[in-house]
Design a protein around this ligand. Structure first.
Ligand code: GCU
Length: 666
């Protein structure tokens, strides 16, 4: 297929066959964004189209609030929900708010891209949660912590530096999947980023906030808890010190003078060497509430991260288990946080591993607001070199039944606010975009951003449907057999990645620091609390009663599920248990044979994908073909390295040969 010189993206861009008719749209909303979005994206979908501002007999599409269109209101519509309604030959895009109209318009555009007939479009959609957020880990020098898609889209040379059009396109990408909050800088706030809340920086940030505001996306900043010392010239950052309180009040007021709809702060405190209230003998509630009080007059919010653990642990100390940390630190503070504090809890108890159980803190807080934090950027999941479509992982987490209030208390029910109705809950994530033309480095990693947004809107979305939609709207020019292949390889990619990197939930056998590639003992004798405890007899971490008793943090049902070797799922066995290499799995294999088999299979799977990809070459545009081909070949090198190192390591440890006598280096 000819080169099309493209950067594919899921918003329409003129590479799709246009519908032959002319579309007449009437916009009964003053929101500039609706008009701009129609102009920018609908023009690519029709031979001609016209926008009017008054109802007339020729309109086909009418976009407006229930009030403006004089349409009867549907019950239970949330303020940012929307409806597509067929009425007397017209299609109405309706909502209570302009924000809802924006989402409705993007939905309409997507349905067109999916080939739907306009007259068949009839739907009511409400978002599952009001917190649908993204966190950038961008530094002001332009680097991105755990970024695999080039430099920051916001910063360079310790200044704000961005292309307005690109940020606008980014805002559109986010709105098209319902994202409504964004934090633009890294949770690790270094000296220069501490200054983002000073007057001169705020003047520049105003313009960025303007763009996001235009799309109803609220901007947040990560702050340094020690700012009163580092930029304020005070001697302390003690949250109970009145000069510190006053300093934050003044600084916060300054922010709101420049950015009246500023969202608030993200805080990583007492975590991985970042300053926090512990320095002053204060609690995390003291720290968070002090900031919350400064933000409250302006309706601002503090997102306070629960990623608090001892990162200077002695590996000899078997009684400390990092997995326990978030729950142990925060459960006892439940009810002590102000209303505008939202705790931010990583999806698992450790750190965005390939596989972890759900964090027991989710659902355990009854009087404190919280969000779950995912990682869209692929730190431990292939770094946008290896293919790893994460939606199946997130779906498994969202569908997990915590049994906290009986059967059916799934994580998505909890995050949708159905467990504790008075609490604010939602979802946030570390994003995966950068300055690369295709946004995400590996073009298929865009599917993770798309899927993440869609799941925050509706956690019940089916993985297969999300994937099918993304492929169809992103690659309209790719032939059927090739689209099916893209879907298939994405769908299996997490499982394949898991096969060669993380057998049976063990985790952490990665190279230290950058976290790409294998190093079985890289973290084994480190202070980070990340161990697998392999010896000549077996491996895994005992988190049952005979070990750290981490399992006690779950509901009785879940605790029982994991405690019992008969019910603990194979894929989390080594997360919860230390077992001999000869331990039989539910699959019928022994642990050691599973380790060998899965590593051989993982490499064979990657080889097979490369073979299939090569077979589809004629049906793919040249640059897409070679972009993915190059990534797949790098993945194969990585998978091979993992296979050989892990298999050799465990063969040497256990002395047990492979039943199938394949090549394992001695
Ligand atoms: C991980 C990651 C860090 C990050 C941290 C966090 O440990 O490797 O780069 O800062 O998570 O979430 O704060």
């Amino acid at each position: 297929m000819q080169n099309q010189n493209f950067t594919s993206c899921w918003l329409p861009d003129g590479r799709r066959e246009k519908r032959s008719n002319k579309l007449i749209v009437t916009i009964l909303s003053k929101a500039e964004v609706i008009r701009r979005v129609c102009h920018t994206y609908l023009s690519h979908l029709f031979e001609g189209f016209h926008i009017g501002t008054e109802l007339n007999s020729q309109d086909e599409i009418v976009i407006g609030t229930y009030e403006a269109t004089a349409q009867a209101c549907t019950n239970d519509m949330q303020v940012d929900g929307f409806e597509l309604r067929q009425e007397q030959g017209k299609t109405y895009i309706l909502s209570h708010s302009d924000q809802g109209l924006l989402y409705g318009t993007f939905y309409f555009i997507e349905q067109l891209q999916l080939g739907m007939k306009i007259e068949d479009m009839s739907v009511i959609q409400n978002p599952a949660t009001t917190i649908r957020m993204l966190n950038h880990w961008d530094n002001m020098d332009g680097s991105i912590e755990r970024g695999y898609a080039g430099r920051s889209i916001f910063f360079e040379d310790n200044k704000l530096s961005y292309d307005k059009d690109r940020i606008q396109q980014y805002a559109d990408l986010l709105s098209s999947v319902g994202i409504n909050k964004i934090c633009i800088n890294n949770v690790n706030v270094h000296q220069v980023e501490s200054r983002l809340i000073e007057a001169d920086m705020l003047i520049e940030l105003q313009h960025l906030a303007d763009i996001f505001r235009g799309n109803y996306i609220t901007m947040f900043l990560s702050i340094n808890f020690a700012s009163p010392i580092e930029i304020g010239g005070l001697k302390t950052a003690d949250p109970l010190d009145s000069t510190v309180e006053e300093w934050w009040r003044r600084q916060t007021k300054l922010i709101y003078q420049k950015i009246p709809d500023f969202g608030g702060f993200i805080v990583k405190a007492d975590s991985e060497h970042r300053p926090g209230p512990f320095t002053y003998g204060r609690t995390h509630a003291d720290g968070a509430n002090m900031l919350a009080k400064a933000l409250a007059p302006f309706n601002g919010t503090v997102f306070w991260r629960c990623f608090v653990y001892d990162c200077l642990q002695d590996w000899r100390d078997r009684s400390t288990d990092r997995a326990r940390a978030a729950y142990d630190h925060f459960k006892k503070l439940d009810g002590l946080f102000d209303e505008n504090v939202i705790l931010q809890i990583k999806n698992g108890p450790m750190d965005f591993q390939v596989r972890e159980p759900v964090s027991p803190l989710i659902g355990a807080l009854e009087k404190t607001n919280y969000v779950m934090e995912f990682q869209v950027t692929q730190e431990y999941t292939g770094q946008q070199i290896d293919l790893c479509y994460l939606v199946p992982q997130w779906k498994e987490i969202l569908d997990f039944d915590t049994h906290l209030k009986g059967k059916g208390t799934t994580v998505s029910e909890i995050l949708s606010g159905n467990l504790h109705k008075s609490l604010q809950t939602g979802i946030t994530a570390v994003v995966n975009v950068g300055r690369d033309d295709n946004w995400t480095g590996h073009e298929f990693a865009q599917a993770n951003l798309y899927g993440y947004g869609k799941l925050t809107w509706d956690p019940t979305f089916k993985t297969e449907k999300l994937l099918k939609d993304w492929v169809q709207i992103t690659y309209p020019f790719v032939k059927d057999s090739a689209t099916r292949l893209i879907e298939e390889i994405l769908n299996r990619s997490w499982m394949i990645y898991e096969k060669y990197t993380c057998p049976l939930g063990v985790g952490w056998m990665v190279k230290t620091g950058h976290h790409y590639g294998p190093d079985v003992n890289g973290y084994e004798y480190s202070p980070w609390g990340t161990y697998h405890f392999s010896d000549r007899n077996g491996l895994g971490v005992d988190r049952t009663k005979s070990g750290s008793n981490y399992i006690e943090q779950y509901s009785a049902n879940v605790s029982e599920l994991y405690a019992n070797l008969n019910s603990c799922p194979d894929n989390l066995l080594l997360f919860f248990h230390h077992v001999p290499y000869t331990h039989p799995l539910h699959s019928g294999k022994t642990v050691i044979q599973h380790i060998y088999d899965s590593h051989f299979e993982g490499v064979e799977d990657v080889e097979h994908i490369i073979y299939e990809w090569t077979r589809e070459k004629a049906n793919l545009p040249d640059d897409l073909y070679s972009h993915i081909n190059q990534k797949l070949n790098s993945q194969l090198t990585n998978a091979t390295e993992w296979r050989d190192k892990i298999n050799t390591y465990f063969y040497r440890m256990s002395g047990i040969p492979d039943e199938h006598q394949r090549l394992i280096y001695g």
